[in-house]
Design a protein around this ligand. Structure first.
Ligand SMILES: Nc1ncnc2c1ncn2[C@@H]1O[C@H](COP(=O)(O)OP(=O)(O)OP(=O)(O)O)[C@@H](O)[C@H]1O
Ligand SMILES: [Mg+2]
Length: 502
């Protein structure tokens, strides 16, 4: 039972059943019209063949003389007509349609009066066959008729009304209803319907098989917690390079969608891992200077309890504590800065300024840390000056962050080149270093917050992965694109553009 229910839910079974029901209905409708058509056809043929039979009888003899029926002649002529065609039945009607004479046993006569409308239609000049009239022996079935008026002194005194294919034919029709030919035809129709059902199940099964495979694959993909979909989906659904039909296209779309979902999921997982790592880093970064500051302040206090500290020693402790508190403030500033940029409430204040001056100011700030590691700067085409239209404070942060990275990730005794390139309506700023470079797989992610490249994650180099995220946000605010090209162990080059000041 369960199997039948689940099979019934299959698409190909449903399609087959729908087709079967459609064909069944079609057969019933066709059979009905075929039978009706056949009946009308045979009635018309019968009527055309026997159209003038009534006229033939009335022409032979005067059947009503002075209002009295010539019963003898009527019987003689009617019997002769019935010898030629046994299915005819002859009646004599008055002008009102009353049956005034017939050859039928009185108990068989169901109607004493016949409707004259078809009689008038038959006698009209532009008649259209078949014309069906009442059979006095049948309750309601209409039959083809042949009619001729009976004249006496140029007046119509009655009608000779001949029912063609009357009750005799009806009984023959009824008797052959159960004949073997009819039974055989019904059986043939039934067999062809069953055959159609079987073949349609087969054809629809073959047609929907790939759809079924696809649906199973999607189900499994969901159950396996978005594992690799390509390995689940069958060969059959992916064998073609270019999609052939709608099912192929659907398979490709689902495959692409699944791959995208997998990538997104992995990306979300990696972002989540980075976020956790960042929180750990930030708390560590915040705790370390804080602990140092606390340590030095406590040391000063403890030592001062016994005897006042030497000027020099006190200065040393306080300088270290100040340095640590600066680092702490810097990190907190960066976090606030990014939060502000990400909130979308920041509107850059655009003004025209000299890019060369801004570079020189930034280099002055950077020189101290660069000198420590013997790193030099080279500003190319230093004699040129360009004025750009941007938010000076924000662009200074961009340049500072890029220089900070270039210094941090460059080896000792290396060179950092800064170049300004004039394009149509913009000035491009390039900052290139000779550092370790960035792995190709890291490049798409370096502008995301908290992201630190694989090489740096376990290195001693301090960094929270916020610098480039800030840079990217500021460039976005200026509708500028920042990009990077990098070669491992050769160096990296960052570039972005700023609109020229008019
Ligand atoms: N010039 C560069 N050369 C090599 N790697 C770089 C360079 N600039 C950035 N990176 C890599 O990109 C990552 C992201 O840089 P980002 O400036 O956002 O963070 P950070 O320098 O680690 O920390 P923060 O700038 O917040 O102090 C860095 O961790 C580093 O791995
Ligand atoms: Mg940085």
């Amino acid at each position: 039972m369960k199997f039948l229910l689940s099979t019934g839910k299959r698409l190909y079974i449903r399609l087959s059943l729908a087709l079967f029901v459609l064909l069944l209905l079609q057969s019933i409708v066709l059979a009905f019209f075929w039978q009706q058509g056949n009946k009308a056809y045979s009635q018309e043929v019968t009527q055309r063949l026997n159209e003038s039979i009534a006229m033939y009888i009335t022409e032979q003899q005067q059947l009503i003389v002075d209002g009295a029926v010539n019963q003898q002649e009527l019987e003689r002529l009617a019997n002769r007509a019935m010898v030629i065609n046994p299915s005819v039945e002859v009646y004599l009607l008055s002008v009102q349609g009353q049956v005034i004479s017939n050859l039928v046993k009185p108990e068989l006569l169901l109607h004493q009066v016949v409707d004259l409308t078809p009689v008038e239609a038959f006698l009209s000049a532009d008649r259209e066959l078949p014309i069906l009239g009442q059979d006095p022996k049948l309750a309601s079935t209409l039959k083809p008729i042949s009619v001729s008026p009976i004249m006496e002194n140029s007046t119509v005194v009655g009608y000779l009304y001949v029912v063609l294919g009357g009750a005799v034919e009806q009984s023959i029709v009824d008797s052959i209803k159960n004949s073997s030919i009819l039974t055989l035809s019904m059986a043939a129709i039934f067999a062809s319907l069953i055959l159609t059902l079987v073949f349609s199940v087969l054809i629809f099964y073959l047609m929907t098989r790939r759809l079924q495979t696809l649906s199973l694959a999607v189900k499994e993909f969901h159950l396996t917690n978005f594992e690799d979909f390509a390995s689940i989906i069958s060969e059959e659904n992916t064998h073609n390079a270019a999609p052939q039909d709608e099912i192929d296209q659907l398979s490709y779309c689902v495959l692409a969608m699944a791959q995208r979902m997998k990538e997104q999921l992995e990306h979300i997982e990696s972002i989540d891992a980075q976020r956790r790592e960042f929180i750990a880093n930030v708390s560590h970064d915040l705790k370390t200077p804080l602990a140092t500051i606390q340590g030095y302040v406590e040391t000063i206090l403890i030592k001062e309890e016994n005897q006042p500290l030497e000027q020099e020693e006190r200065r040393k402790y306080l300088t270290t504590a100040l340095k640590q508190s600066n680092t702490l403030a810097g990190l907190i500033d960066q976090l606030f800065e990014l939060a502000k940029l990400e909130s979308g409430s920041m509107v850059p204040t655009l003004e025209g300024f000299s890019l060369k001056e801004l570079i020189h100011d930034s280099l002055q700030d950077a020189t101290w840390s660069a000198k420590e590691r013997n790193i030099h700067f080279q500003v190319e085409a230093d004699d040129l000056d360009y004025r750009v239209n941007a938010d000076i404070a924000l662009i200074q942060r961009v340049v500072q962050n890029l220089l900070d990275n270039a210094i941090k990730y460059s080896p000792e005794d290396s060179l950092i080149r800064i170049q300004m390139v004039e394009e149509e309506s913009v000035i491009q700023l390039h900052i290139a270093d000779q550092g370790k470079g960035i792995l190709a797989e890291d490049i798409p992610y370096i502008f995301e917050r908290y992201y630190r490249c694989q090489q740096q994650r376990h290195s001693s180099k301090l960094g929270s992965g916020l610098g480039l995220a800030i840079v990217k946000k500021i460039c976005d605010l200026h509708k500028s694109t920042i990009s990077v090209s990098s070669q491992l162990n050769k160096g990296s080059e960052f570039k972005f553009e700023l609109a020229k000041a008019s």
